[in-house]
Design a protein around this ligand. Structure first.
Ligand code: SF4
Length: 288
């Protein structure tokens, strides 16, 4: 989803106060990336791809404001321009993406439109009755570790069974990376389970990129307990890194899109001086 964490902007450095799926993924992928985003809070310029994802999410969210029979492709297409205007109003810096380039903006909006249209081939919104959209969830585990994030859509069946849904504007991953993608959904399921005492019946990833795909998984308690243990271990590793200031750069397949190469030794850059007092935050969860 698009709002798991806001895009980092220039803000004072701070110790981490909890985990979201995105930032957990950052640390697992590259500890230095996690540091630069969460602790140094280095700004990142808006990207056309991420902003298109935000726009598509906004359209799919707002479509459910309308009665089922009105949730048509035409209605969704009609939401694109007003939602883009709303985003521009909230984040004027997005105008930098298309400076005096109306053709580029039109092409970008056309790509967003195609993603929205593809969604209608994967799900039928006239038959869906979400109880929540863009739901902010947060819970503290027994250890005190704070987990948080946004769930794109929550559906509840007449039987009471809960389905958590997340939209992805990229293409579905290969089988090798499916588990990594579903980790985010298991994270949300754990938060809902610990927060509301309800074990979601189904987790669903809706991929709008490529040919479009829907990937589902039905978790059980053992799955979520395993995720809980993994997150606790991850938080211990983050706590140790915060205390030591050691966040190694780890080359990975996402480096090509990383905004922080100038601060990354793997690309000849130098990280800024570590902004936190060393060894003073052996248990940063207490700071949350
Ligand atoms: S360029 Fe790659 S290795 Fe360097 S900080 Fe970014 S993700 Fe990490």
């Amino acid at each position: 989803m698009q709002q798991t964490d806001p895009t980092p902007t220039a803000r004072p450095a701070a110790a981490p106060t909890g985990l979201s799926p995105s930032r957990a993924g950052d640390f697992m992928t590259c500890p230095l990336l996690y540091r630069l985003r969460v602790i140094d809070r280095l700004p990142e310029p808006p990207s056309a791809a991420a902003t298109r994802g935000t726009l598509v999410h906004a359209v799919l969210e707002r479509l459910f404001d309308h009665p089922p029979a009105d949730r048509t492709p035409e209605r969704a297409r009609g939401l694109l321009a007003p939602q883009w205007e709303r985003l521009l109003g909230e984040r004027p810096e997005l105008a930098e993406l298309f400076p005096d380039e109306p053709a580029k903006l039109a092409g970008w909006l056309g790509d967003a439109e195609q993603l929205v249209e593809k969604w209608f081939r994967l799900e039928d919104p006239t038959r869906l009755h979400p109880v929540e959209r863009e739901l902010y969830v947060q819970t503290a585990l027994a250890s005190g570790l704070l987990l948080r994030g946004y769930i794109d859509r929550v559906d509840v069946a007449p039987s009471g069974e809960v389905r958590l849904v997340d939209y992805k504007t990229g293409r579905a991953p290969s089988r090798d990376f499916e588990g990594k993608a579903m980790f985010q959904m298991k994270f949300y399921a754990l938060v809902v389970w610990r927060w509301k005492g309800v074990l979601p019946k189904r987790l669903q990833l809706v991929y709008l990129g490529g040919g479009g795909d829907v990937v589902t998984y039905d978790p059980d308690e053992a799955d979520l307990l395993a995720v809980e243990r993994k997150l606790e271990a991850l938080w211990e590793a983050i706590s140790a890194a915060v205390a030591s200031g050691e966040f190694p750069a780890t080359r990975n397949r996402l480096c090509d899109w990383c905004d922080h190469k100038a601060s990354c030794p793997e690309f000849g850059g130098t990280p800024p001086p570590y902004p936190l007092p060393l060894a003073t935050l052996t248990n940063p969860r207490k700071e949350s």
